[in-house]
Design a protein around this ligand. Structure first.
Ligand code: ZN
Length: 143
């Protein structure tokens, strides 16, 4: 089912009542500072801020190379760094081979795996804690 709905397209455009909006001498008011500026001005002559869209500008003198192609590489990196692990594989490994650190090796934590291997899963306590915590993890979980 397509539950996509147009949720309230209510874009209230605040129309500021301009007192004297006669286009005498082709002037307009800056929406930032309220100053009187030429109608064809793209950037306010008083405060210097942009008052018109670049496309609608009559004077295409100012070219702002504003590339909005902001590729979100952080998401990709985070996705690649987080490795998905099957919860039940880890649970079974922990249960049967936890004393050898098998679930730690499975998670890619080699150091912890070796530690478990030589201490029999931290005398079983580490395995027990890992086993319980694994049960509460989502499937798949990320390490
Ligand atoms: Zn201004």
């Amino acid at each position: 089912m397509d539950t996509e709905q147009n949720v309230q397209q209510n874009q209230a455009a605040p129309q500021a009542p301009v007192a004297a909006a006669q286009p005498e001498a082709a002037q307009k008011f800056c929406k930032h500072c309220g100053g009187k500026i030429p109608a064809d001005a793209v950037v306010c002559t008083l405060c210097g801020r942009q008052v018109e869209e670049m496309g609608a500008a009559a004077t295409p003198n100012i070219v702002i190379n504003n590339s909005n192609q902001n590729v979100n590489t952080n998401t990709v990196n985070a996705y690649m760094q987080a490795k998905a692990r099957n919860k039940w594989v880890a649970v079974l490994l922990c249960f049967f081979l936890g004393g050898f650190g098998a679930h730690k090796f499975y998670e890619g934590k080699t150091g912890m795996g070796i530690l478990y291997l030589f201490t029999l899963g931290l005398c079983g306590i580490g395995v027990l804690i890992d086993f319980i915590s694994l049960l509460f993890k989502p499937n798949p979980y990320y390490v």
